[in-house]
Ligand binder design. Structure first.
Ligand code: AMP
Ligand code: MG
Length: 410
């Protein structure tokens, strides 16, 4: 049996990165950038005013106060969207709006609140610092700067930045297509008549959503019955996708035919079984280079295995640089019993108390207890070489949901 880390290494070594396609930035939210974004211009393109006020020469207003205001001649104005027409000399000012380019000769902007205008003159009541209220050319971005690196998942901030460098179309990675198949004679789908011996298919829907979360396009192959014919027929349909996910049928049971069928279809098995809990029966291989995951049938095992192995693989395939769940340090609120030699992923509720993360398990850790997955916002990870955890010990936690919080949290 191999370790979680070895399994992940083997999987990632068998993943190739998808091709690229051109999209409008308005369709790019959540996509993965496939090119470096480089600025073609300084931003701001010129020194400009950060305030509505007067552009002046600092030495003309030095020491200005309510009692002894500086009187300065206003020789023009610059609204935003116009280049200044005049050059400022000693004793002169230009009225300026926020965002308007600084006129030549001026080195400081005085806020309109600190002035009073009388005819062609302005009185300045308050000294400000030399160079105050000016946004400098290129202070945000300089021509030639690498502003976003490829491999980044695009959020609204990235879209704003891409627009600000003047790009309407960008190259992103193609989204991997993921075929999801459930197996089991006992599994009934949502449109089927339920009978007492049946269990409702939840894995297809949970796994499909996880694949979408990882940036992929899912396709459902339905539920294959526990016979070689149905398994083969449905898996053939899956070969048009980039990745195949199968839930169930990979254990030691008399009707667990998935591995046999995959072998008949030419799968090169890379490993089967990982020393972890939940999720030990995990099969991974490739059919003509296409990755195939045989996930455990138990809903929790399937999801936990997805988070550890499938998610990083799909993200890598989709061109992302950040492959893993965010991990934090938390204090365990309770003793956690584990056996050495396998990695445990304990469903947990994480909250912040006194500025410290605390983790407590969701209770029953049975691999069929889906409610514990619903309650959990974290997975406490106990690596295979560490022993049991005592209350108050520090543990690593992978975040799989948001932290609960009252109001703004400050
Ligand atoms: P298996 O790995 O095929 O032995 O499946 C183990 C158990 O997981 C089954 O007995 C079911 O209780 C459950 N299970 C398997 N497939 C699904 C599914 N698609 N949806 C919900 N539960 C499932
Ligand atoms: Mg089964």
């Amino acid at each position: 049996m191999i370790s979680v880390k070895e399994a992940l290494k083997t999987i990632l070594a068998n993943i190739t990165i998808s091709g690229t396609e051109k999209v409008n930035i308005m369709d790019s939210l959540g996509r993965v950038l496939a090119e470096d974004i480089v600025a073609k211009r300084d931003h701001p393109p010129w020194d400009n005013s950060a305030m509505d006020g007067y552009a002046v020469i600092f030495s003309d207003i030095r020491g200005a106060s309510k009692k002894v205001p500086s009187a300065i001649k206003v020789i023009g104005e610059v609204p935003a969207g116009r280049m200044p027409a005049v050059k400022i000399g000693r004793g002169e000012a230009v009225k300026i709006m926020t965002g308007a380019p600084m006129p030549e000769g001026a080195d400081t902007v005085v806020r309109v609140e600190d002035t009073e205008s009388t005819g062609s003159m302005v009185s300045i009541f308050k000294e400000c610092e030399s160079g105050e209220n000016i946004r400098r050319r290129g202070e945000d971005v300089k021509n030639g700067d690498l502003v976003i690196e490829k491999g980044k998942k695009i959020r609204p901030a990235e879209i704003g930045m891409i627009a600000s460098v003047g790009r309407a179309f960008i190259y992103v990675h193609q989204r991997p297509r993921v075929a999801v198949m459930s197996t089991g004679d006992e599994i009934a789908d949502l449109d089927e008549e339920l009978s007492p011996e049946k269990i409702i298919n939840s894995n297809s829907y949970a796994l499909r959503s996880l694949a979408m979360d990882a940036g992929c396009i899912p396709a459902l192959l339905g539920i294959a019955r526990d016979n070689k014919e149905d398994l083969t027929r449905r898996l053939r349909d899956g070969l048009t996708s980039d990745v195949i996910l199968i839930s169930g049928g990979v254990s030691m049971g008399d009707y667990d035919f998935v591995k046999d069928v995959l072998a008949e279809m030419g799968m090169e098995m890379k490993f089967w079984k990982v020393s972890m809990k939940p999720g030990q029966p995990l099969a991974f291989g490739t059919i003509k280079g296409k990755p195939v995951f045989g996930l455990p049938g138990n809903p929790v095992s399937a999801m936990v295995s997805f988070y550890q192995f499938v998610m990083p693989a799909l993200k890598k395939m989709g061109g992302q640089k950040a492959l893993y769940l965010n991990t934090i340090d938390a204090l365990s609120d309770e003793n956690l019993e584990v056996k050495k030699g396998r990695t445990y992923f304990i469903r947990a509720v994480i909250d912040v108390r006194g500025g410290v993360y605390h983790a407590r398990s969701t209770g029953d850790q049975g691999s069929g207890i889906l409610t514990s997955m619903v309650r959990a916002n974290g997975l406490i990870v106990i690596p295979e070489d560490s022993g049991p955890v005592k209350a108050g010990d520090k543990v690593k936690v992978q975040l799989i949901g948001s932290l609960s919080q009252e109001g703004l949290g400050f």
